[in-house]
Design a protein around this ligand. Structure first.
Ligand code: FAD
Length: 475
């Protein structure tokens, strides 16, 4: 309908019609207004959007997307912009479809243990809403004790679905895809599709699985039906210190092999402990340890205590130099807040860092940690490790000083070497942050050309014009 228009004219027409359809205040196009949309949580990459639109409903989202499609304008979905892979950055320009106004919890149905939400609902709002009913949405991207607004209190369900996000509790509850019962999505041409509903199983191809983790490259998520689960009465935290980093890695497998089912298993190495203990979130973590494991179990009061005692015993038998069972909720809160603050606290041990996100089979944890350390050391850089150990999701933080020429590049290189090692150890180049823009060149390390072609063919079925979040995932 509009292919004859120049890009500039097409954009002007888009803005005019978008304002008619969504209202004046639902369209931003002023240069200054657009500045904040140039980046997401990934500071290394920028892109200029032509406009941002703020639909309030499925219908408005569909109208905005159809309009952009008809003018051949790229479409980039955006929740809260906390992506750490450049996923929400409009690197090829285009229109950003923000879900900031699609922020309603539509229904809570405890008989079916589901909640229906709009895509822009903030992850933690669901938990705040459900708390008084004794229920929770188990994907918490932060830590329930955190005193600060981490990504859990900022990121949206739509963004979580697009990245198939995980969190501390995913060892027990799974990742985002395991919580989804239904999706309402807007296809690139503006058509709406409703997939699944409240039921557990669906017939035919698993389209929810396909769309989850597709990083906004196939369709936009407008609404979702998510699983909710009862909250346990009691949680107990166990903190174990180790004099050897590799031993801490091995102890993770030993705990799991014992049949225990912790909710969370997090590892912090010496440098990560030093960072948090140097700042305002110091929680009395043992600075002399080479690594600590923080484990949380849940259940009825006696059940949780028994489980904690069992886990503590396994840790002692597997090289822990000291184990503390923390029952005092205030102390536990402090410890988990310290864990949560580890990324931010890195400033106390180095001016800049690159954070990577790769996974490995749990049994290879010790090996992967040694590789990460060595990748930094051979470039004269320190690497801190703080990560979801239970599901083998590494987050090495490679410290560098951008004032020293070439250090940033070395840090990026070390990160890539670590991710390549993750693949060689049988893991992946991303556990939860997505491929986005930052890791697309590593995709061929994981897949052969034929497999990447298969994925591209699927993209073409959904998005024949290549308008959805262009420049992401594929090298
Ligand atoms: C401090 C901090 C802590 C973090 N902790 C974690 C963690 O524990 N676990 C974890 O998994 N991640 C974590 N992240 C990464 C990030 O928060 C997640 O990837 C999150 O899911 C992104 O949500 P968002 O709403 O900010 O999405 P955005 O950053 O806005 O977008 C992310 C991607 O989703 C797409 N998208 C957004 N909305 C939609 C939609 N409605 N339909 C289709 N595509 C869409 C975007 O195009 C982009 O590709 C953390 C980030 C920060 C900054």
């Amino acid at each position: 309908m509009t292919s004859s228009l120049s890009p500039h004219r097409a954009l002007q027409q888009f803005i005019k019609k978008a304002k008619e359809l969504l209202g004046e205040s639902a369209v931003l196009y002023d240069e200054v207004d657009l500045l904040v949309y140039e980046q997401d949580g990934t500071l290394a990459v920028r892109g200029k959007a032509y406009a941002v639109v703020f639909p309030r409903s499925v219908d408005e989202m569909a109208k905005a997307v159809e309009l952009a499609y008809n003018y051949g304008i790229p479409i980039v979905g955006r929740g809260s912009g906390t992506s750490l892979s450049g996923g929400a950055t409009p690197i090829k320009g285009g229109v950003i479809v923000s879900t900031a106004r699609m922020n309603k919890i539509l229904e809570v149905d405890l008989d079916n243990e589901v909640a229906a939400v709009q895509a822009g609902v903030i992850n933690d709002w669901i938990n705040s809403y459900l708390a008084r009913m004794g229920y929770q949405y188990p994907i918490d991207l932060g830590y329930q004790y955190a005193a600060d607004p981490g990504s859990q209190r900022v990121s949206t369900i739509g963004g979580n679905i697009a990245h198939n996000s995980g969190g501390v509790k995913c060892f027990k509850y799974g990742v985002t895809v395991n919580q989804l019962r239904g999706l309402t999505v807007v296809l690139p041409n503006g058509e709406v599709r409703r997939i699944g509903g409240k039921e557990f199983e669906q017939a035919g191809y698993d389209l929810i699985g396909l769309l989850t983790g597709s990083e906004g490259t196939l369709a936009l998520v407008a609404e979702a039906v998510v699983r909710v689960v009862p909250t346990y009465e009691t949680t107990v935290t166990i903190m174990a210190k180790f004099n050897d980093l590799a031993a801490a890695g091995r102890a993770v497998s030993a705990v799991i092999a014992s049949g225990a089912m912790p909710v969370a298993m997090e590892l912090m190495d010496k440098l990560a402990v030093e960072a948090v203990e140097s700042g305002p979130y110091a929680a009395g973590l043992p600075r002399d340890a080479e690594a600590i494991l923080l484990i949380q179990v849940e259940g009825s009061p006696p059940g949780a205590r028994d489980e904690a005692a069992k886990v503590a015993e396994v840790l002692r038998r597997n090289g822990a130099a000291g184990v503390e069972i923390v029952e005092d909720p205030a102390r536990a809160a402090k410890i988990w807040a310290a864990r949560k603050q580890a990324f931010g606290a890195m400033g106390f041990v180095g001016p800049n860092y690159v954070v990577e996100d790769g996974t490995i089979p749990r049994k290879k944890l010790a090996e992967a940690l040694m590789i990460a350390r060595a990748a930094g050391a051979k470039r004269g850089l320190r690497v801190a490790n703080v990560f979801h150990a239970g599901d083998g999701n590494l987050h090495p933080l490679i410290l560098y000083d951008e004032r020293r020429p070439g250090e940033r590049e070395k840090a990026i290189e070390a990160g890539e070497e670590i991710l390549e090692a993750c693949v060689e150890l049988g893991g992946t180049i991303t556990g939860e942050h997505g491929v986005g823009y930052m890791k697309k060149k590593l995709l061929p390390k994981m897949y052969r050309k034929e497999e990447i072609e298969l994925m591209k063919a699927i993209k073409t079925v959904f998005d024949p014009k290549g308008l959805m979040n262009p420049g992401k995932i594929f090298p």
